[in-house]
Design a protein around this ligand. Structure first.
Ligand code: PLP
Length: 451
């Protein structure tokens, strides 16, 4: 209640705007990451590690636009290049230009699994493209994904709930037929993956195994260290393409992505977020030439099959130039390491606070991808899930969501913006002083947690 009165007293303009917005926008906000409790706040300024709302309140920003801004929000050197480009060429031409070539070349020289790159409008579109490329390249049908993983919101990949390991739909409006060729296996159960690959051999074969190399939901359910390598071997054995969804990890874990970090090379890589540096139209697919060639009609002459993908805004000059200057600056300034160190400091500090106050939470990170799980135990016992446990699990999910929502609101009232109260992205703009200031604010929330 104490936190609710903060919003009522200090966010009056946001509340007024929300009143207008909910008449014309379903749910009042368009962005699925916008924090809605008790009402969405409207923001007017983002710079570096900070956000400012329309009522003049300042926040430390651990949402970082949902991941794209490894350098911090709106870095000046990139902005200047973008303005230069807008002055000369405008945001879109629908034609070939220098930046799509420069960005593709940069990526192909850093990612081991990428010999060719094609830019698209979003991570969702890039995942859809990967399904199509994999099916054309392998002439097989099935797609296997890890339970709970999010690969955008396309019909065929929306199977499963976003809480890792739970097998029910996250959206209505998707006919079950859309999942005819999609299967899920539990994360970390390599035997289950092989069983599914074997089973699929008599049901059209497996075109691709999709996975986030850090584990579903950017490591909300972490993968065992050797799982990626084992999945690689199985894909090779069964002739399926291994697809790494690096929408979150590419240029955040390192400039060679999670595939560089784990030393495992996928056949196709999905890009999003950082690939356009926080600017719009952030998506892309990369891979070996033998697979990517089908995007251009194949290398085998007129008879070879084509995987059509498109998008009016795909690889527009604005997104490509913003992406190119962003990833170049990330490399030049060692931004992944700097942001990663801030992530270490933040999660170590959070875990110390959790221990001090004896809270049933857990904080962990992989570089600048930080997790603050408020119902830690359910993440780790998920594989014993059985159909008859569904009602209890649903109850648990609602309880978890409820806790996360309230914790997220409490953080917000202390001037901390997080992703749904449970994930935090650090950036190269986070100094030690900023992280320590954030920890003091978290402590004020943790002190008041009861039950
Ligand atoms: N894949 C992963 C791992 C993601 O985290 C996301 C978005 O958060 C997507 C795909 C979808 O990307 P987009 O939101 O650009 O459609």
């Amino acid at each position: 209640d104490e936190y609710l009165s903060y919003f009522e007293a200090k966010c009056t303009t946001s509340k007024k705007m929300m009143g207008e917005a909910e008449k014309v926008i379903p749910g009042a906000v368009q962005h699925n990451l916008a924090f809605n409790y008790p009402f969405p706040l409207a923001f007017s300024k983002a710079e570096g590690a900070f956000l400012h709302d329309v009522d003049g309140n300042k926040y430390i920003d651990f949402l970082q636009a949902g991941g794209p801004t490894v350098l911090g929000s709106n870095p000046e050197p990139v902005r200047e290049k973008v303005i230069e480009l807008l002055n000369s060429c405008g945001p879109s031409t629908g034609l070939f230009h220098e930046y799509e070539m420069k960005l593709a070349s940069f990526i192909c020289h850093r990612f081991k699994g990428v010999e060719m790159f094609r830019m698209l409008g979003s991570g969702t579109e890039a995942c859809m493209a990967a399904v199509r490329v994999a099916r054309v390249a392998t002439k097989k049908k099935n797609i296997i994904k890890l339970g709970g993983a999010y690969h955008g919101w396309s019909d065929q990949l929306s199977y499963g709930n976003r809480i890792p390991g739970l097998r029910f739909l996250e959206s209505h409006g998707i006919p079950l037929a859309c999942f005819k060729y999609t299967q899920e296996v539990f994360p970390n159960d390599i035997a289950a993956l092989e069983k599914q690959l074997k089973w699929n051999r008599i049901r059209g074969g497996t075109a691709a195994v999709f996975m986030e190399p850090m584990g579903p939901e950017s490591g909300t359910r972490p993968l065992d260290y050797d799982y990626n390598a084992q999945a690689r071997d199985l894909c090779t054995k069964y002739g399926a393409l291994l697809v790494f969804d690096e929408v979150v990890t590419a240029f955040r874990i390192g400039v060679d992505g999670a595939q560089g970090y784990f030393g495992v090379t996928p056949d196709l890589t999905i890009f999003g977020k950082v690939v356009a540096g926080g600017y719009p139209s952030a998506g892309g697919i990369g891979g070996k030439t033998e697979y990517m060639a089908c995007l251009a009609g194949g290398l085998g002459g007129k008879k070879s099959k084509k995987a059509h993908v498109g998008g009016t805004m795909a690889a527009n000059p604005l997104s490509s130039a913003a992406g190119y200057y962003t990833v170049k600056m990330i490399e030049e300034t060692n931004a992944c390491e700097v942001a990663g160190k801030a992530g270490d400091r933040l999660t170590q500090g959070l875990q110390t606070l959790i221990d001090t106050y004896g809270l049933p939470f857990v904080a962990y990170n992989q570089g600048s991808i930080c997790h603050l799980e408020t119902v830690g135990t359910m993440l780790f016992d998920i594989n014993i899930f059985r159909p008859w446990e569904i009602p209890a699990k649903i109850k648990e999910i609602h309880a978890r969501k409820d806790v996360m929502t309230h914790m997220g609101a409490a953080y917000m009232a202390e001037g901390l913006v997080t992703l749904a109260g449970s994930r935090l992205y650090t950036s190269a703009a986070d100094t030690d002083e900023i992280i320590d200031d954030a920890l003091t604010r978290f402590e004020r929330v943790f002190k008041n947690v009861d039950g």
